[in-house]
Design a protein around this ligand. Structure first.
Ligand code: NAP
Length: 355
């Protein structure tokens, strides 16, 4: 088994966007381990968004305290940060169906990072920031992989092709992570460790309230949107519980440093659909055939706004390869089987009547 020395004492830590899909699992892990969590949400009075976190607070060892904070409001995180030693900065919009990419994605991601990180400079107790970035900060589409060594994404790679108009979510994550490293280099008070997950799937603790695109993508595979076939396009997948563990290790494992690709499987939407079809195909219109390229061109942009012609051209029938050696070796993360992740995600959408 992987050995490392953990800082086992109880810490007070901040989790931004604590009600989010991924953050909820991070909060749960922290509370189980007995840490005190300062949880920021946009509106602490919106109980439907935080009921599951309140339950965790009752059930597990650590304590949870809620604070209101918005990424685009200056100094919004100051109060929540007080007495915290570690910040888990996860809050950032993950949506593909948007009208105004600057307002809806880029400003909250970039200004939010500036905001949270500049507050960290002011609060003496902060020793480390764990940032949730994405493999989207490393690449936009498969066309970028063809010039890489072994056509593989590693922690050395940065996204060069996303823009305000092309895959703006990827652009928002690239700008935010670059800004994080820039601000880190300007000071000597806190450490920075960055987690770069691929598509996160796995049980959704509060699917009716979360706006994560993970839910929408999985829902579309099950609700008939793609019933005539699924685009043969590559994607990396990782289980949300493994990503939460990765954040935890990034915070407390003495080996943690730099960026970590957190992607368990280099797979495709077709393989995901086939695996789900074998389990749920009798009850749900889950595709098991690939859509021909001409049809993807024709209907792709109508099914999902991120499926632009350019994205399809650069990805169709291509591979995605992300090298996940670093996180396994340095942080001891063992990834769950893909089929388990998919089945448990889909089941949680059924249980919550999303599909
Ligand atoms: P999510 O459930 O939508 O969580 C996003 C969180 O950010 C929510 O708590 C949301 O609050 C908060 N947020 C958005 N805009 C905000 C603002 N202006 N002020 C304050 N909070 C704001 O999505 P998720 O999938 O868990 O994503 C969490 C993080 O993981 C993001 O940084 C995302 O880029 C990253 N990530 C996700 C994936 C994935 O496949 N899911 C992959 C790689 C990286 P509300 O609930 O109030 O909107």
């Amino acid at each position: 088994m992987f050995q490392h020395k953990m800082n086992s004492k109880q810490n007070t830590v901040l989790v931004t966007g604590a009600n989010g899909y991924l953050a909820s699992w991070i909060v749960k892990k922290l509370l189980i381990e007995g840490h005190n969590v300062h949880a920021t949400v946009r509106d602490i009075h919106n109980k439907e968004k935080i009921n599951h976190l309140l339950e965790y607070g009752k059930k597990y060892k650590g304590n949870i305290k809620f604070f209101s904070a918005d990424l685009i409001e200056k100094n919004s995180f100051d109060e929540a940060m007080r007495n915290c030693s570690i910040i888990f900065h996860t809050a950032s919009p993950f949506k593909l169906e948007i009208k105004d990419s600057i307002k809806e994605l880029i400003n909250p991601a970039l200004d939010g990072t500036k905001n949270v990180f500049s507050s960290a400079d002011k609060v003496d107790s902060i020793k480390k920031i764990v940032l949730t970035s994405s493999v989207a900060a490393m690449y936009t589409d498969a066309s970028e992989c063809k010039n890489l060594i072994n056509n593989e994404i590693t922690e050395l790679v940065w996204n060069k092709t996303a823009s305000v108009n092309y895959q703006p979510y990827s652009y928002s994550k690239t700008l935010a992570e670059k800004e994080a490293w820039r601000l880190y280099k300007k000071q000597r008070k806190w450490e920075l460790v960055v987690i770069n997950p691929s598509l996160v799937l796995g049980p959704f603790p509060n699917a009716t309230q979360n706006t994560s695109e993970s839910i929408n993508l999985l829902k579309q595979i099950g609700d008939g949107t793609f019933k005539i076939g699924v685009p043969k396009m590559p994607i990396g997948v990782v289980d949300v519980r493994d990503v939460a563990d990765a954040h935890y290790e990034a915070a407390f494992n003495k080996n943690a440093s730099g960026r970590y690709i957190t992607s368990a499987y280099n797979t495709s939407f077709l393989e995901i659909s086939k695996l789900l079809n074998s389990e749920f195909g009798d009850s749900f219109p889950i595709p098991k055939r690939p859509l021909p390229k001409w049809l993807v061109f024709l209907i792709g942009p109508l099914l999902n706004k991120a499926l632009t012609r350019k994205y399809i051209r650069n990805n169709f029938n291509k591979d995605f390869r992300a090298n996940n050696n670093k996180i396994q070796k340095e942080l001891g993360i063992n990834f769950r089987p893909l089929k388990q992740t998919l089945i448990e995600s889909f089941q949680s959408l059924i249980d919550q009547k999303i599909i």
